[in-house]
Ligand binder design. Sequence first.
Ligand code: FAD
Length: 780
Amino acid sequence: MVHDTRPTAHELLSLPRLTPLVPMLYVAWTDGELTHDEIRALGAAARAQPWLDLRSNTVLARWLDPLMPPSPGELAQVREYIRRTAERLSHSGQQSLAELGAQLSEVVSEIDGMPAPMQELSRALAVLEESLGVSGPEAVRNLVPAGAPEPPHPRPTEPTRFDPEALRAVLDRKYPEVRARVRDWLADPAFRYVDTRDTDAYRDKVLAWLKALADDGLGRIAFPSGDEAGADLGAFIAAFETLAFFDLSLVVKAGVHFGLFGASILFLGTERHHREYLPKVASLELPGCFAMSELHHGSNVRDVETVARYDAQAGNFVVHTPTDGARKEWIGNAARHGRMATVFAQLEVDGKALGVHALLVPLRDVQGKVLPGVRIEDCGLKMGLNGVDNGRIWFDHVRVPRENLLDRFGGVDEKGEYTSSIPGDSKRFFTMLGTLVAGRVSVACAALSAAKSGLTIAVRYGEVRRQFGPAGAKEVRLLDHQTHQARLLKPLARTYALDFALEHLVDRYVKRTEEDAREVEALAAGLKAYTTWHTTAVLQEAREACGGQGYLEANRLPALKADTDVFTTFEGDNTVLMQLVAKGLLTGYRQRFEDDRVFAVLRQIADKAASVMADRNPFAARRTGSEHLRDGDFQLRALRYREEDLLASVALRLRKRLGTGVEAFEAFNQCQEHLLALAEAHVERLVLEEFLKGVAAVKDPGLKAVLSRLCDLYGLTCLEDASGWFLEHGLLEGSKARAIRKEVVRLCAEVRPDAVALVDAFGIPDTCLAAPIGLGHLSP
Ligand SMILES: Cc1cc2nc3c(=O)[nH]c(=O)nc-3n(C[C@H](O)[C@H](O)[C@H](O)COP(=O)(O)OP(=O)(O)OC[C@H]3O[C@@H](n4cnc5c(N)ncnc54)[C@H](O)[C@@H]3O)c2cc1C
């Protein structure tokens, strides 16, 4: 006769000493992924527990015999038992099978008088649970679906005590009155989004908005007295940044007219230009364009082909487009409204080519009719920014007075002679371009505002929208999903970091001198590229984080994405700008050993090699604890190390090539990837440095706590992203890389309860966010 020796629920459940193990035994058999060896190992570990008697041990061995699994019916009985007993527990929300087992045994022991040394039991069970290798909380949720309204993985931390208004004051630190003024403008019902599909109507609306702002003094913020001394472009940038919470066509049109056309007159012109034109720019009486790019020359402006030839007899310039590739392309405000343009052209005086200069060329009369010799075409429908009338312009021997040359750096006198304070054409050209850096600073600030809008929409939605949850319980909020936290809160931390870094940039820009002008230009180039790339990535993430709702025009994200996409291209293509940053760093590097170049280079390299081997490795400490990882100084040293290493190594590579006769352009081209990595490492380090300084200056303990956490999240995210490089260079061990990754996850969970308050602190007027999804049809 054959006996069925399969284990039964009855024998298991009748032995109180086995009760703490019941949830684990159930999961071991129902998980479906445990191998025979794993089940055997669990059995061996369980049988070693001191509280088991002989009888319990025998039954346990039967329950863990991999060749004799319990039947589904027996397992169902066990599950039923667990659920019924769990109902009698005074507390719910167990986080592990060990905890559940220990609590079940408490209930049973009350009945049967078995002693329940809870802490010891839990500890021993936890070791067993680990050998199971399953997710405890998830297994518990499946086993005992709680009837509780909130999910069994509650928020990891309490919100930090801080006042979002006080945080907003920290973010509005510079020019708060200007920002308040723009917020007041945006509160006016006139500033509401319009249907953008009718391009003509949209463009008219954008012009009307701009006119209303000019009437209210937007232009006078930049040019209060029509001269350079009175100009406050820092205040204008703050206004521009705040305006960028609203329609971005308006922002770009304002940027073209005030920021590019106005600033070119201010910085490239002289007193008579200021007097004559700036008041008309401020009032928008003279809508203007900035005509630099051509069809064949976008990034490479030095080689534009438009010509401005001086006619000594007539005493004026002849501006001409020699080929179709030389037509001015993409010019904002040109297709419909611009009446005058700052045109960049190759200057020729007395048969001599003098390089690129800028002249004021009238385009239309007061009635808006295009002037003779000028031809303008509309660029057509774009991916975004369709409220801006971009156009292409051809000039056919257009004559403009000698005085229209913006002659701060070089001019033609009454005798027809060219004079300049800067002798070299190339140096003069770069000096001229350098003065126009405000455009890049403004674009970076506006881009960050758009990133803030996207994050505000997605974070608020993530707080109210629920998807999935434990069986029988309420679904959880999107922001309580771990991946959702990572995809929104890491960018949130970077956005805060950039806010501090851009404040530093504006400050340096406002206080720049001739000596540090180049450095400020490089700073602007790097931060413009880094911020606009960040914005593009954030808005894509925000769109996806809102699911299908993010795709709806009414929810603002499509326009934000489409309008800001090109920020990575205009005002200097990002890749080209990053090369400029790297070249700037190399110039500084060369200056460090200018006295005795070759030997100093060799010494520098030797120093570097020695330091890599020795204690300069920022990861030399193997510590992986939170306290160590959350040390800003450690994070900064690591980022600085990467930057210095990339700088030294690219310098070495370039030197080798140049030393063997490779032509300079080709040598740089062979190292382009390396140069870009250097530029990114530089900007990332700089952003962290500014964030750390900003947090150190905050006094309020609540604000300091929440900002410090964001700062750690930014610093460690940078290290996490760069861990490949550090591992590749043998500076970082796998265990530390893993610890960094885990710390980032932990920090995201800690920031999560503050997420909504952190986006509220951006102070974006609700009207600018349109009808944010989630707030209308969902209740929290
Ligand atoms: C909507 C819009 C509005 C604009 N408004 C104005 C305006 O008002 N006034 C004005 O003057 N211009 C304006 N522009 C033009 C803008 O400044 C140029 O598009 C920009 O400078 C890039 O030039 P490009 O389009 O010719 O691109 P290209 O210079 O041809 O670049 C194309 C690609 O090649 C890469 N590349 C180029 N050079 C290098 C290099 N050295 N190394 C590696 N990669 C390289 C770039 O990274 C880029 O990805 C506007 C453009 C747009 C789209």
